[in-house]
Design a protein around this ligand. Structure first.
Ligand SMILES: O=C(O)CCC(=O)C(=O)O
Ligand SMILES: [Fe+2]
Length: 289
C-alpha cells in the first residue's frame, strides 16, 4: 500500500452543522472542512473589498530574519485588518452565531471570551514554496510544555476566496497531529492538502501541524483569509484598537467590538474577573459605544 492510501483525510461538514458534530471531529482529527460558509455573491463582495489593496501590495516581509522570511513566504502577500476592509467578511464569517458557537466551544474551560486573533488575507503567488510546518499556538510558546493535553489557545478558520487547490498552495495539514507529543514536528510527506472551494473554510486548532502549500501553477493565485481566535487573556496578532477607525468600530455589533478590543473582556467560567477595562469599569462606557 502506498503512503498516499494510508494518509488520513479531512472530514467535511456543511458550515452551520451542529456544534456537537463539528467539535467531535475537531477533537478527533484536529480540524475539518466546513463547506459553504459564504455564498458566491458574498465571496465576490469580499474579493471586491480586497482586490485593489492586495493588488498594490508587495510580497514577502521587510523583516531581516531569515526564519521570519521563510514563514511569511517571499512570494506571499499578507494583508491584515480585513475586519476594517471587508464588512461582508466580518458580518458573514466572524460575527455569525455559528462561528461564535464553534469558537466558544473550542475555548470551553479555557476562556469565556476571546479576541479575533487575526483577520489576515494570505495570497500565495505562483512560484511560492511550502511554508515551514508549524503549530499556530507557537504564538504562545509557554503552553508548549503542556503538550497535546494543554489548553487550546488558538483556532483558525481559513476561508477560501478563490479555489484553494493543491497546485495553487492549499494549506497542508497532518490530521491527528494535535494528539502527538510536541517533540514530533512531522514532515511535508505526512501532510495532505486541505483543498477548498470559494466560500468554504478549513477550521482547525492551535496544536495541529500545518503550513501553506507551494504554488506550482504558472499564473493562479491562492487567496484566503485566516480568521483566527485566541482567549481574551492572551494578546492577539493584530493591534486592532490602534488600526480600526472608531467610526468603523461603531458600525459593529457589541460582540464583534469585544472581539477586537473595543469592549472589556469578562471571565465567568472558569470563574475569573474582567480584563481590558478603564477605571475598573467597562471600556465601552469610556469609548461611548
Ligand atoms: O496560507 C496558509 O494556507 C496557511 C498559513 C499559516 O498557516 C500561517 O501563516 O500560520
Ligand atoms: Fe499557521
Amino acid at each position: 500500500m502506498s503512503d498516499l492510501q494510508t494518509k488520513p483525510t479531512l472530514a467535511t461538514l456543511p458550515f452551520g452543522a451542529p456544534t456537537e458534530q463539528v467539535m467531535e471531529i475537531f477533537q478527533r482529527d484536529g480540524g475539518l472542512i466546513l463547506e459553504g460558509a459564504l455564498t458566491a455573491a458574498e465571496v465576490a463582495a469580499v474579493n471586491a473589498d480586497l482586490d485593489a489593496v492586495l493588488g498594490a501590495m508587495h510580497s514577502g516581509t521587510i523583516k531581516d530574519d531569515p526564519d521570519a522570511q521563510a514563514f511569511w513566504g517571499p512570494k506571499t502577500k499578507r494583508l491584515t485588518n480585513v475586519v476594517t476592509l471587508s464588512p461582508t467578511w466580518r458580518e458573514r464569517l466572524v460575527d455569525r452565531d455559528e462561528t461564535y458557537g464553534y469558537v466558544r466551544r473550542v475555548f470551553d474551560g479555557v476562556s469565556d471570551s476571546f479576541w479575533l486573533q487575526a483577520s489576515q488575507a494570505i495570497e500565495i503567488q505562483p512560484g511560492e514554496r511550502v511554508q515551514p510546518l508549524h503549530r499556530d499556538m507557537g504564538n504562545y510558546p509557554v503552553f508548549n510544555q503542556y503538550g497535546p493535553t494543554g489548553p487550546e489557545v488558538t483556532c483558525n478558520m481559513i476561508l477560501a476566496l478563490m479555489h484553494s487547490t493543491e497546485a495553487a498552495g492549499a494549506t497542508r495539514i497532518i490530521p491527528g497531529s494535535h494528539r502527538w507529543d510536541f517533540s514530533r514536528e512531522g514532515t511535508q510527506e505526512m501532510t495532505i492538502p486541505a483543498e477548498l472551494k470559494p466560500g468554504s473554510v478549513l477550521f482547525y486548532g492551535g496544536k495541529v501541524i500545518h503550513g501553506g502549500g507551494a504554488n506550482v501553477t504558472a499564473n493562479v493565485k491562492r487567496r484566503v483569509i485566516a480568521s483566527s481566535f485566541n482567549p481574551a487573556f492572551l494578546v492577539p496578532e493584530e493591534a486592532y484598537p490602534f488600526v480600526v477607525p472608531m467610526d468603523e468600530a461603531r458600525k459593529m455589533s457589541p460582540r464583534l467590538q469585544q472581539m477586537i478590543g473595543f469592549r472589556s473582556f469578562h471571565q465567568r467560567d472558569p470563574r475569573g474577573g474582567s480584563l481590558w477595562q478603564h477605571n475598573y469599569e467597562e471600556l465601552a462606557l469610556h469609548l461611548g459605544l
